[in-house]
Design a protein around this ligand. Structure first.
Ligand SMILES: C[S@@+](CC[C@H](N)C(=O)[O-])C[C@H]1O[C@@H](n2cnc3c(N)ncnc32)[C@H](O)[C@@H]1O
Length: 237
């Protein structure tokens, strides 16, 4: 599958996630054996005391990361996603699980955030940056809306370094994730897109360099679950 680029990618991603939204969380839980929850908890912990302020959940999807923060931090969340369908599914799914006063879902483009400058005490992204049409533009928008002293935490898929684990992981993606995802959502292309987008995404060192180029400081990179996922933290000074 050839990955779309630029405006075509934005339109494709928005349409695809809207189509997947009903079963998105179920596929994630089954295919990750619920390990995805531990990754999100790690992300919220990495926010430190920023989790008690006004936090942006960038590419919030069905709000699982917002929910993790609301359970563990005292803060409020602005949850932004380009797909209204993903946000709506999240609101329905988590109805009654958190105080609606603490989360504001907003349908908008992360590459042109509908927020004023320096209004967030923290920002977090889970599995969103890989889907941006323009990653650098997304980083510039994130730093623009963060206050000085605010922390950014990112979770994103990466490729394991250990060759044996890497080939087992590739087999798992091809023979378990794609068939299970296709069965539950009816959208085979979406799961082929997932694999291609993981393969095409820059390695952690490059992502860290791009965060630095956007103006972030104190950047750290931590590999989780054998390198399947990378946790990035960065600060606006
Ligand atoms: C893989 S999902 C991740 C959702 C959620 N953060 C989670 O932890 O499961 C990626 C999300 O990024 C959103 N997205 C992609 N491009 C975006 C953009 N330019 N602006 C805002 N959201 C975007 C998609 O609509 C989708 O909901």
């Amino acid at each position: 599958m050839k990955l779309p680029k630029g405006k075509a990618k934005k339109a494709y991603v928005s349409r695809m996630f809207t189509g997947l939204s009903g079963n998105y969380d179920l596929v994630n839980s089954i295919c990750s054996l619920s390990i995805d929850r531990t990754w999100r908890i790690a992300a919220v912990k990495a926010l430190g005391t920023c989790a008690d302020g006004r936090v942006l959940d960038f590419c919030a999807g069905t709000l699982p990361l917002s929910l993790a923060l609301l359970k563990r931090g005292r803060g409020t969340v602005a949850a932004i996603d380009i797909s209204e369908g993903m946000l709506r599914t999240g609101i329905q799914r988590f109805h009654g699980k958190f105080d609606p006063e603490r989360v504001a879902p907003v349908c908008g483009d992360g590459e042109s955030l509908p927020l004023k400058d320096e209004v967030c005490d923290g920002a977090m992204v889970a599995f969103g940056i890989r889907n941006l049409a323009d990653l650098d533009r997304g980083f510039l928008e994130l730093i623009r809306v963060m206050r000085s002293g605010a922390r950014l935490v990112i979770l994103e898929f990466s490729r394991p370094k250990n060759p044996l684990f890497a080939s087992t992981y590739r087999l798992y993606l091809k023979w378990i994730l794609v068939p299970v995802g296709t069965l539950l959502t009816g959208d085979r292309d979406a799961y082929r897109y997932l694999i291609r987008s993981i393969e095409a995404f820059p390695p952690p060192g490059d992502v860290a360099a791009r965060l630095a180029r956007a103006g972030f400081k104190h950047i750290s990179v931590t590999s989780l679950t054998g390198g399947i996922v990378t946790l990035y933290t960065a600060e606006k000074v």
